[in-house]
Ligand binder design. Structure first.
Ligand SMILES: [Zn+2]
Length: 127
């Protein structure tokens, strides 16, 4: 899992996205942001209660930054917010699938891959 996290962080860095880690409570959600100097950052909680999904969440937040939208943007209509969330999720699945292919990691099914990397199974409908 750490190799995938490093892969995603390097991928983000190539896009000019920094990744910071903070020592928060397990309930503190990771998030992405634009800094005061307009640089893009992902802020990950090292103690997040969904540890298995940390790579998926990094990819998800990269997706939001690349699409120039925000995670769970409350200023949008629900239908727009849901579309942004799904696009960010699919972006993350694409990144993780790319990592799996490049490293010739084999799974018996997409379901096995999704379970292994903590990817929500509801996204299987897209594959
Ligand atoms: Zn999101």
């Amino acid at each position: 899992m750490i190799d995938l996290i490093n892969y995603l962080i390097k991928y983000a860095e190539k896009l000019g996205i920094g990744c910071l880690w903070f020592d928060g409570s397990p309930d503190n959600e990771p998030y992405s942001r634009l800094t005061l100097t307009n640089s893009k950052e992902i802020v990950m909680n090292i103690n997040w209660k969904h540890a298995k999904a940390i790579p998926f969440e990094i990819g998800h937040l990269i997706g939001h930054l690349e699409h120039n939208d925000k995670h769970k943007d409350e200023t949008l209509l629900k239908i727009e917010r849901d579309k942004n969330e799904e696009n960010a999720e699919l972006y993350s699945v694409g990144l993780i699938s790319g990592y799996v292919l490049k490293n010739k990691i084999e799974f018996n099914s997409y379901k096995d891959l999704f379970c292994y990397y903590g990817i929500p199974l509801r996204l299987l409908k897209c594959y």
